[in-house]
Design a binder for this molecule. Structure first.
Ligand code: HEC
Length: 160
């Protein structure tokens, strides 16, 4: 009995924070949903390369909705699908605007959705606190720099 209560209490506290919208700001959780110290560690800091954005933003925050057969607007943001469904792909809500327009963050629908000035629908993450502008700026930087699949800063190939 005691081993159960030891584990239940912190989990409930975490779940309550999540439901209250206190967690999931793009910097505060690692890919497993565990809280990170400010600035990030363990999974590394958020940097302007695709894998880092996937790991710090898309996987922990966006796949709560954007995954599986009911993914809104057919947009899957899990690691296996996100790049191919974002870069150079027209948005469903505003088909004249690409979800990610290479080199052009202002005209990238994902940025408009994250900053809350898209012509259609709600700010992302839907119903949650907006991402910090610093996080959005990192995504802008990635798009400006060419929205590469991997920036390969380390010389290591990224996992498929
Ligand atoms: C709680 C569920 C939820 C979460 C979390 C969420 N979304 Fe969404 N998303 C939606 C819904 C619902 C829509 C369609 C309605 C709307 O646009 O308001 C949508 C639409 C979008 C669109 C428009 C797609 C198109 O082709 O028109 C983009 C881009 C998007 N989301 C990006 C994101 C990103 C990036 C994140 C993570 C930072 C995110 N969303 C998190 C529910 C969610």
């Amino acid at each position: 009995m005691s081993s159960n209560s030891i584990w239940r209490a912190p989990w409930c506290a975490f779940a309550a924070a999540w439901l209250a919208g206190c967690a999931g700001n793009g910097m505060g959780l690692d890919a497993g949903g565990r809280p990170l110290p400010p600035g990030g560690s363990g999974g590394g800091e958020l940097t302007a390369d695709f894998d880092s954005i996937q790991q710090h933003v898309f996987t922990p925050i966006c796949t709560a909705c954007h995954a599986g057969s009911n993914a809104p607007q057919g947009l899957h943001l899990d690691a296996g699908n996100s790049y191919a469904q974002l870069v150079g792909v027209p948005s469903v809500e505003q088909p004249t605007i690409l979800r990610v327009a290479v080199g052009d963050p202002d005209n990238s629908y994902i940025i408009q959705k994250l900053e809350g000035h898209a012509a259609t629908g709600a700010q992302m993450p839907f119903g949650g606190p907006p991402l910090p502008q610093a996080t959005i700026d990192v995504i802008r930087q990635w798009i400006s720099a060419g929205a590469l699949r991997t920036q390969d800063l380390t010389g290591e190939p990224s996992p498929p």
